[in-house]
Write a protein that binds this ligand. Structure first.
Ligand code: 6CS
Length: 318
């Protein structure tokens, strides 16, 4: 039995390391009977192609970031809302683990579209890079920002006055180098490992949002498995929750110094103050209403419930 697991990142990057460890756990627990082959990004197409491969059962497992399902599952745009979660990534991961809004109601929306999320997890806080300084909303005026495909990510940057364009990360290095786009957002490990700092002069520690992704299976495939096999998959998913968090934390810590120490391609790193973040937060807040109205039938219910859960967990949601 060999199953396929496609990820949106390349060897060594967080999603790939996660998928490989998950495959090893499943193999161990089944005494080698269940084998999973991990396909790195690029092997099977773009991130959006990979969504279709999962729904079409060309692959059994996929790591899918909600940023690439924005039109298929509009409720999934919730993760594009900036300054919604807390600044404590560990707490954010606990919220992702326990949230009924996400694991029941949002997951049901994905299942209707042939995607069964088994866990939602963070790859760390996102930062901005640009070929100019990004410190105030004014700096975003007319700025050509690259984003993932989600309509609400575009909306969020339009709220800052930017001119966002969606593209696959496979085209992003060249896009930044040739000036098709001027900046982008990602966790630090990814900025460094994809070498975006080579073609960007500035990085802003903005922590404006966290990167959320999902470990998913094709629902027909999963439901067709016997209980013991489902149990092995579920157990492995549970064990990977903490591992996933640790993998991203190690990489995000480690790669910051790689950007700082790259003398050949110097990047000016600037950390926003709380006041500076507030200027963005204020412009980001109305986007929540846009989501409630345009995020699909259950958007309002899901966001209201998630806001309550964040508050119960000790966060503030304004
Ligand atoms: O920026 C992107 O689109 C990519 N970023 C990460 C952290 N993972 C994969 C994704 O496609």
């Amino acid at each position: 039995q060999e199953w396929r697991f496609v990820v949106e990142e390349t060897q060594g990057q967080v999603q790939y390391v996660y998928a490989q460890e998950f495959a090893d756990l499943v193999s161990e627990k089944s005494d080698g009977a269940l084998e999973i082959d991990v396909y790195e990004f690029g092997a099977l197409g773009s991130e959006v192609d990979q969504v279709e491969q999962l729904t079409g059962n060309v692959v059994e497992f996929a790591i899918i970031s909600p940023g690439f399902t924005g039109t298929l599952v509009p409720e999934g745009n919730i993760f594009a809302l900036q300054f919604l979660f807390t600044d404590d990534q560990e707490l954010n991961q606990e919220i992702l683990n326990d949230s009924e809004a996400i694991n029941e109601h949002l997951a049901a929306k994905y299942e209707e579209q042939g995607i069964m999320p088994l866990s939602f997890w963070t790859e760390g806080a996102m930062q901005w890079t640009g070929n100019s300084e990004l410190r105030t909303p004014e700096d975003f005026e007319g700025f050509q920002m690259r984003t993932q495909e989600s309509p609400l990510i575009l909306e969020s940057y339009e709220a800052y006055g930017a001119n966002p364009t969606a593209m696959s990360w496979g085209e992003l290095y060249t896009g930044l180098q040739q000036g098709a786009v001027e900046g982008q957002e990602n966790p630090i490990f990814f900025i460094a490992d994809a070498n975006f700092n080579e073609v960007q002069d500035h990085m802003t520690i903005s922590n404006h949002n966290m990167y959320v992704t999902m470990t998913t299976v094709n629902p027909d495939f999963y439901e067709g498995l016997d209980e013991a096999t489902q149990g092995i998959i579920d157990e492995s998913i549970e064990e990977m929750r903490q591992r996933g968090f640790d993998i991203q934390q190690e990489q995000n810590d480690e790669f910051l110094s790689q950007i700082e120490d790259d003398d050949e391609n110097p990047t000016e790193i600037y950390e926003l103050s709380e006041d500076e973040r507030d200027a963005f937060r204020e412009l980001a807040l109305p986007v929540r209403d846009y989501y409630r109205e345009n995020g699909g039938d259950d958007a309002e219910m899901i966001l209201d419930m998630l806001e309550e859960e964040i508050e119960e967990a000790g966060g503030t949601v304004e």
